[in-house]
Design a protein around this ligand. Structure first.
Ligand code: NAD
Length: 472
């Protein structure tokens, strides 16, 4: 049993236990909501060079209260059953918070992707998918994976293709997995979705006058400082969008190889180019290298974004954390005991189950697109454009004013898929933030966002059980 995974699982359970009394639900129902419904462990052989290697892999479906279940697949040498169970449980609560009609699930393959060639990773991915198909653990109405740590659009395309080959003739096959490349029935905006959602969550919090008053921070995002741990999919897009759209100054970034700091701010796009060219974030012009990669977590900043893995802020280093806000872009980056220390220190934490829910939100849009077999915006874009243009022309005619061609183009634009995806994502993250704040305000002694988010999520799952009953 892995200590890291066990601690993570315990943290999720402890956070649940803290919220449970506020829900006023019966002990039996709470136990049912907390339980992992199905755990599948498989060991399969893959030919690597001339030898056979046995790979450990998992798929956990935490809750069947809504189907399909949904959750990413992680490739990491640290993968273990407790970790996948913790991640699957978080998915259930995450989906409930953002009103995505799925149960929670998660997959894990215990490999370090860096140690395999592309062809070997493809073989592993296809064999893992085959195991899921054999056990009925994947399908548009059963369980729909997505990317997570160590996987991306490439792996999702392999999963889709394998599923389609094995389930010949299934017309909705593309909806068996999300996060696919756009050309392979993916959706525009999925790749940036988690990071963009993290940014919207941070923006909502920083615009919340009473929350900012609590920690003595000016309202708004412009000029605020940010430190980021992990420059992968989530960390990169969070940083890029926070910088471009929110006017954030990114003062520190950590990656596997080390950490860098700059009082003046780090250009995230340039940093990613530098890493591509040199293989490292270190020695990026205008920054200084820090002692080691953990230093970023201890930088004095307005917003700290841990976007790598779980259990990064623990009782061991929590006293050295100086951020005013922590946005949990990763799942479980702060252990439950460290959370209590931070809350006493008046640090606001945007909890993972809300902060990184943008990924599953846009995955939901992709799933809907796959089931409808049509790109969002295809039917209405031109119609809207013509209607808006007639309106603009009418205003021009009735008022006698002249509207420039450039302004006309802006005013009379019909929405593309990317516009609709971003709009749907923003609406989801903003609505969920205010819903969580409402749970804090209902007068039942909830003082932190995580407990409020848990209370809201548990109540929503409970509603399904209460309204529909149990069978048989
Ligand atoms: P990723 O593999 O794209 O990126 C993670 C990055 O973190 C990698 O570049 C890795 O080198 C770096 N890293 C690992 N350990 C580190 C350390 N100790 N210090 C500094 N950097 C370190 O993974 P991702 O998809 O961005 O996922 C990151 C986290 O976000 C995970 O916890 C994942 O569960 C969560 N998440 C991801 C998504 C998604 O859509 N990809 C959605 C929700 C939540």
């Amino acid at each position: 049993m892995s200590k890291n995974g066990l601690n993570f699982y315990k943290s999720v359970q402890q956070n649940f236990a803290k919220a449970a009394p506020h829900t006023k639900l019966s002990a039996g129902l709470l136990t049912q909501i907390k339980a992992c419904n199905s755990v599948y462990f498989v060991q399969f052989p893959v030919k690597i060079d001339d030898e056979v290697r046995v790979i450990d892999a998992f798929r956990v479906q935490h809750s069947h209260h809504r189907l399909p279940t949904k959750g990413g697949i992680r490739y990491s040498s640290q993968v273990n059953q407790e970790e996948v169970m913790a991640l699957a449980a978080l998915m259930t609560y995450k989906c409930a918070i953002v009103d995505v009609p799925f149960g929670g699930a998660k997959g894990g393959v215990k490999i370090s992707p860096r140690k395999y060639t592309t062809a070997q990773l493809e073989r592993i991915t296809r064999r893992y998918t085959t195991e899921l198909v054999k056990r009925n653990f994947i399908g548009p109405g059963i369980d729909v994976p997505a990317p997570d740590y160590g996987t991306g659009a490439r792996e999702m395309a392999w999963i889709y293709d394998t599923y389609q080959v094995l389930q010949s003739g299934e017309i909705d096959a593309a909806a068996c997995v999300t996060g696919k490349p756009v050309g392979q029935n993916g959706i525009r905006g999925r790749e940036e979705a988690t990071g963009r959602g993290v940014y919207y969550a941070i923006r909502e919090l920083l615009n919340d006058v009473s929350m900012m008053k609590k920690i003595g921070l000016d309202v708004g995002t412009d000029g605020k400082t940010m430190a980021i741990q992990g420059l992968g999919n989530v960390g990169y897009h969070t940083g890029r969008i926070a910088q471009m759209e929110g006017g954030f100054k990114i003062t520190s970034v950590a990656e596997f190889e080390g950490a860098i700091f700059s009082e003046q701010g780090i250009d995230i796009e340039q940093l990613v180019m530098h890493r591509k060219e040199t293989g490292s974030i270190l020695d990026f012009p205008g920054t200084s290298n820090m002692r080691d990669r953990t230093q970023t977590l201890e930088v004095a900043c307005d917003v700290l974004v841990p976007a790598a893995l779980e259990n990064q802020i623990t009782l061991e280093n929590v006293d050295r954390v100086k951020a005013k806000v922590i946005a949990e872009a990763a799942n479980g980056p702060v252990t439950s005991d460290a959370i209590e220390v931070l809350l006493k220190k008046n640090v606001i934490i945007l909890p993972d189950m809300y902060a990184n829910a943008g990924g599953v939100t846009v995955s939901y849009f992709e799933w809907l697109k796959n089931l409808s077999h049509m790109r969002f915006g295809r039917m209405e874009k031109r119609f809207d454009q013509k209607t808006y243009l007639s309106l603009v022309n009418l205003v021009e005619e009735k008022t006698g004013s002249v509207i420039s061609d450039k302004d006309k183009e802006i005013l009379a634009r019909g929405a593309d898929e990317i516009d609709l995806v971003r709009s749907g994502l923003e609406e989801t993250m903003v609505t969920a933030y205010h819903e969580i704040r409402d749970w804090m305000n209902v007068g039942n002694d909830i003082s932190d966002l995580r407990t409020a988010a848990f209370v809201g999520a548990i109540r929503k799952v409970a509603n399904d059980y209460e309204d529909r009953g149990l069978f048989p």
